[in-house]
Design a protein around this ligand. Structure first.
Ligand SMILES: NC(=O)c1ccc[n+]([C@@H]2O[C@H](COP(=O)([O-])OP(=O)(O)OC[C@H]3O[C@@H](n4cnc5c(N)ncnc54)[C@H](O)[C@@H]3O)[C@@H](O)[C@H]2O)c1
Length: 314
C-alpha cells in the first residue's frame, strides 16, 4: 500500500522504518526540510498529490485533530499516534469524521499489543476486578522539554505526564478494568515547576466497574517500568508490567516481545499494532482501537484536569 507519514520526529521515524520493513511505499511530510529530506512541507498538498491509502499522524498533539479529520475526509485510512487529540470538542469532531469516512481510524496505543498486556486482558476478561492501581514513574529532565517547543505546554501538548507519557498506562487500566463513573484527581508540579507549565505529577482515583488509583510522574529520579496491579474478587493478585505478567507472584510464560524500534520506552509493539491495522484494512475488518477506543483515555485525562481534587461524574 502507499503510506504517508506526517511528522518525522522521534516516532515518525519509527513508523517510516517499520513501514519500509513491511514492504509499503512511503511518502513523508514535515515542516522541517532537514527531516523531510525532499518530502512534502504541507500535508494537504501531499494528500492532494499522492492520494495515500494510509496516513500516519505523528505530529505534536495539538495538530492531531485537524490532520485526522482532514485525512479521513480525503478518503484515507488514518493511524494517529496517541493521544487521539487534546480537547473535548476535538473528540466530537474526530468521531463525526470517522463515522462519515470511507477509511478506518486507528489510534497507536501499542502497549495493548505487548504479549504481557494481551495475556492479562484474556486472563482478566470475565473476572471481577474489585480494585486496581498503577504507577507510572519516569524521569524527563529540562533538556527533554527544551528539545521541542510544544512539550510541557497546554497549547501544544494539551497537558503533561497524563496526556503524554502515562497515557499508555491510563489506557491499559481502562481497557482491563473498565471506564470510571466518578473520578477525582490532583495534578501539579513536584519537580519541574521551573521547566514546564503543565503537570509533572498526577494522582487519580476513580470508581466504575472497579475502584482504581493511578499515580503518574515525569519528576522521578529514574525511569521505572510502569506497573499495574489488579485485585480480583476471588483473592487473586495480578501484576502487569511491560515485559511480565505475574499471578499471585508466579510468572506467566509469555511470547518474547519484539525488540524496540526507537527508544526503549516505546516498547516493541508498534510493529504488531501496525501489522494488525494493515491486515484489518486489507481484510475489511474493523480495527479494535478505533476513534471511540482511542478517545477513552483522552476523556479520562480531560476529566482529571477538570477535577482539581473534586469528585466529578465522567
Ligand atoms: N506511541 C508511543 O510510544 C509514542 C512515542 C513517542 C511519541 N509518541 C507520540 O507521537 C507524536 C509525536 O511525538 P514525537 O516525540 O515524535 O515529537 P517530535 O517533536 O519529535 O516530532 C514531531 C514532528 O512533527 C513535525 N511537525 C510539526 N508540525 C508539523 C506540520 N504542521 N506538518 C508536518 N510536520 C509537522 C515536527 O517538525 C517534528 O519533526 C506525539 O503525539 C507523541 O505523543 C508516541
Amino acid at each position: 500500500m502507499k503510506a504517508a507519514v506526517i511528522g518525522l520526529g522521534n516516532i515518525g521515524r519509527v513508523h517510516r522504518t517499520l513501514l519500509e520493513d513491511m514492504g509499503h511505499t512511503v511518502v513523508v511530510c514535515d515542516v522541517l526540510p532537514e527531516r523531510r529530506e525532499g518530502g512534502y512541507a504541507d500535508w494537504r498538498e501531499m494528500l492532494a498529490r499522492e492520494h495515500p491509502d494510509v496516513v500516519h499522524v505523528c505530529t505534536p498533539h495539538a495538530l492531531h485533530a485537524d490532520m485526522v479529520a482532514g485525512c479521513l475526509a480525503e478518503g484515507a485510512h488514518v493511524l494517529c499516534e496517541k493521544p487521539l487529540c487534546i480537547r473535548r470538542e476535538e473528540v466530537a469532531r474526530i468521531l463525526q469524521a470517522e463515522r462519515a469516512a470511507k477509511g478506518q481510524l486507528g489510534v497507536c496505543l501499542q502497549n495493548r499489543y505487548n504479549p504481557s498486556s494481551r495475556a492479562a486482558k484474556s486472563l482478566l476478561t470475565g473476572k471481577t476486578i474489585v480494585s486496581a492501581c498503577a504507577m507510572h514513574a519516569w524521569r524527563r529532565d529540562a533538556a527533554y522539554y527544551a528539545a521541542d517547543a510544544w512539550r510541557g505546554t497546554w497549547r501544544g501538548e494539551g497537558g503533561g505526564v497524563l496526556i503524554n507519557q502515562a497515557l499508555h498506562t491510563v489506557d491499559l487500566m481502562l481497557w482491563i478494568a473498565g471506564m470510571p463513573q466518578r473520578l477525582a484527581a490532583q495534578t501539579g508540579q513536584l519537580a519541574l515547576a521551573q521547566t514546564i507549565e503543565t503537570e509533572d505529577t498526577a494522582m487519580l482515583r476513580w470508581t466504575g466497574e472497579a475502584v482504581c488509583t493511578l499515580y503518574a510522574t515525569t519528576g522521578c529520579g529514574a525511569d521505572f517500568a510502569p506497573v499495574l496491579l489488579f485485585a480480583l474478587q476471588d483473592g487473586t493478585r495480578v501484576e502487569l508490567a511491560p515485559d511480565a505478567l505475574r499471578v499471585n507472584g508466579a510468572d506467566v510464560p509469555l511470547r518474547a516481545p519484539f525488540p524496540s524500534c526507537g527508544k526503549p520506552c516505546y516498547g516493541g509493539s508498534h510493529r504488531l499494532l501496525m501489522e494488525d491495522f494493515y491486515r484489518c484494512i486489507a481484510d475489511g475488518r474493523r480495527f479494535s482501537i478505533d476513534g471511540k477506543e482511542g478517545a477513552k483515555s483522552v476523556e479520562v485525562v480531560l476529566a482529571a484536569y477538570e477535577s482539581c481534587g473534586r469528585e466529578i461524574v465522567v
